[in-house]
Write a protein that binds this ligand. Structure first.
Ligand code: CDP
Length: 218
């Protein structure tokens, strides 16, 4: 099979990263988590202790060295040489990441890196603007979604496993706020391009969704 490029977009908690990672594993491709890159910038903004103003965010984004590396088969995220894989999943980072990701200079830098990582093909990339902006020539484009209840429930389980106690209502609010910001921003908003296959994963198991995406690659 020709080495393809897969673009998976969708709102928060739709299961993109789990599905994209498993699809990449099955195909022997590289998985690229673009959300992790914006999260790494958000993490560094918080670490500076400065307020998350546009100016401060842009300054941090200009200086940061973000890398996605595979170590022992698992994807690690590095910011300025520090392994931030777990630290970028805290509620604090999630709370400001969409504010970080709406800024043009931040996106420009990240999109360049993302395209570079995809230049040899055989990649599965997930995010918000992959089919519309980062890789418009992708061979397979998927838009993954699920009901807000289901997305919040999945996120709740994930957070609980990591030891965070968050209320479902709070999570629903946070996800809805992030979706709104991601969809309504001026630069590269979350959008379903007409050619993307819509997969509503509400009530589906991960294996079912992975199988549907793999079927699109054949
Ligand atoms: O995993 P989850 O759905 O919570 O989000 P993520 O994929 O880690 O992305 C975190 C945030 O980064 C999103 O809410 C967007 O604001 C931003 N993002 C983006 O703007 N463009 C991308 N290609 C990926 C993420």
């Amino acid at each position: 099979m020709k080495k393809s490029v897969l673009a998976i977009d969708g709102p928060a908690g739709a299961g993109k990263s789990t599905v994209a990672r498993l699809v990449a594993e099955k195909l022997g491709y590289v998985y690229i988590d673009t959300g992790a890159m914006y999260r790494a910038v958000a993490w560094k903004v918080l670490r500076t202790g400065q307020p998350a103003t546009d100016e401060n965010i842009v300054k941090v984004a200009q200086d940061i060295d973000v890398r996605l590396e595979y170590r022992n088969g698992s994807l690690r995220v590095e910011a300025d040489g520090v392994d931030v894989t777990d630290r970028i999943r805290t509620p604090e980072v999630t709370g400001i990441v969409s504010q970080v990701a709406r800024l043009q200079p931040v996106r420009e830098k990240m999109v360049l890196l993302q395209r570079k990582m995809a230049e040899n093909g055989a990649v599965v990339m997930d995010g918000r603007d992959i089919a519309s902006k980062v890789l418009p020539d992708a061979d397979v484009k998927v838009f993954l979604t699920a009901s807000i209840e289901e997305r919040a429930t999945r996120r709740w389980r994930e957070m609980k496993e990591k030891g965070y106690e968050v209320s479902m209502e709070e999570l629903k609010k946070e996800i809805a706020a992030r979706d709104k910001m991601d969809t309504e921003r001026e630069v590269s908003p979350l959008v379903r391009v007409p050619e993307a296959v819509l997969l509503d994963t509400t009530g589906q198991t991960i294996d079912e969704v992975v199988a549907s995406v793999l079927a699109l690659c054949r």
